[in-house]
Design a binder for this molecule. Structure first.
Ligand code: TYM
Length: 331
């Protein structure tokens, strides 16, 4: 059975971009593959979180994973920092990653722009750590959103470089995976770019947003002055809302508003109201499960303890092989 690995950085609340870009695929994949899903807490150290926040965010992210339908009976669910083989392999792979290629990563360049006072070495080698997360289980499939594709390309480069340098066929080439034909990019409600917390609270829908907040955010989502000619091309902001409707509303609802756009009778107020109601219906059960699971501390700990154990078992096999391959051998 193919091995699957993916993760998300811990945050106090995950949004629907994370859900549709990643976690929804995790849920579907867990019954079909040998899956390892984790909370990337080492990665989040690049932004120097307060220890209490880091710990609360890891907990909340695990709860939200479970609330979205990840089943610890079907997949291995763990915290990255519970697997010491990951930092060990990261050290080895840092020797195989070149400064020039790390500096060219789009995410690194973006961080240099957005946090010029904290351009630490961990940001530079972020793609190495991410590659190691994947190859430590020798995974073949990695469900991620579109924004992570360059990191996957780099993962393949590092894996191939290891194989080449040591003359082995040890690490397979992991591929990005999505059930739809292309990787998802869930748009921001402000009409520009992907949904991301960094663009402001009102531009994202969180998995635990209450119903009134969802309705308000949807009503405030950016549109335009409306179509003036039949079958005109949609502006980016309107297209974004149609894209979200395609994910959460029925096909009939989507077709109705699409036709009314095409014949210029659409009223954006009604369109966004419908989108708000469908979003409320989508979020409600997830929010309720988040509440239930939050109250069950023993269960959350059990999931992480058992997941950590299974992840370490898999990772230690790889590390034993790697140590042998690179020449850390007994005399
Ligand atoms: P992160 O925490 O930023 O996002 C988690 C996952 O959600 C996807 N995602 C989106 N997809 C579509 N549209 C959006 N608006 C959107 N926002 C987020 C991301 O593509 C990602 O799949 N570096 C990773 C975490 C990571 C990882 C890994 C992932 C660390 N190691 C190994 C896979 C394998 C990150 O920062 O994701």
């Amino acid at each position: 059975m193919d091995i699957v690995v993916s993760g998300v950085r811990p945050t106090n609340r995950q949004h629907i971009g994370n859900y549709f870009g990643a976690v929804k695929n995790f849920v579907e994949m867990q019954s079909q593959y040998n899956c390892y899903f984790f909370v990337a807490d080492y990665h989040s150290l690049t932004t120097h979180p307060h220890p209490a926040d880091l710990s609360a965010n890891v907990r909340q992210t695990v709860i939200e994973y479970l609330a979205c339908g990840l089943d610890p009976e079907k997949c291995v669910l763990y915290r990255q920092s519970d697997v010491p083989q990951i930092p060990e392999l990261y050290l080895v792979f840092n020797m195989l990653a070149y400064l020039g290629e790390l500096e060219r990563a789009a995410t690194f360049k973006e961080k240099v722009r957005s946090q010029p006072d904290n351009v630490n070495a961990g940001l530079l080698t972020y793609p190495v750590l991410m590659a190691v997360d994947i190859i430590v289980h020798r995974a073949l499939k990695v469900p991620v959103g579109k924004d992570q594709l360059q990191h996957l390309e780099m993962t393949r480069t590092f894996a191939n470089r290891f194989n080449h340098l040591y003359g082995v066929e040890y690490f397979p080439e992991p591929q990005a995976f999505s059930f739809s034909e292309k990787s998802a990019s869930i748009p921001s409600l402000d009409g520009e770019g992907k949904m991301s917390k960094s663009k402001g609270e009102s531009t994202v829908i969180y998995l635990d947003d209450d119903s009134d907040t969802i309705r308000k955010k949807m009503m405030r989502a950016k549109t335009d002055t409306g179509p003036t000619e039949p079958n005109s091309v949609k502006s980016q902001s309107v297209q974004n809302l149609f894209d979200i409707m395609q994910l959460i509303s029925s096909q009939d609802t989507y077709n109705f508003f699409n036709e009314s756009f095409n014949n210029c009778t659409i009223r954006y107020g009604d369109f966004k109201k419908q989108l708000g109601e469908d979003m409320v219906k989508f979020i409600e059960p997830i929010r309720e499960r988040i509440k239930e699971i939050s109250a069950n501390e023993a269960y959350i700990n059990k999931v992480l303890n058992e997941g950590g154990e299974k992840a370490r078992l898999s990772a230690s096999k790889t590390l034993n092989d790697v140590r042998e391959i690179i020449g850390f051998r007994k005399f």
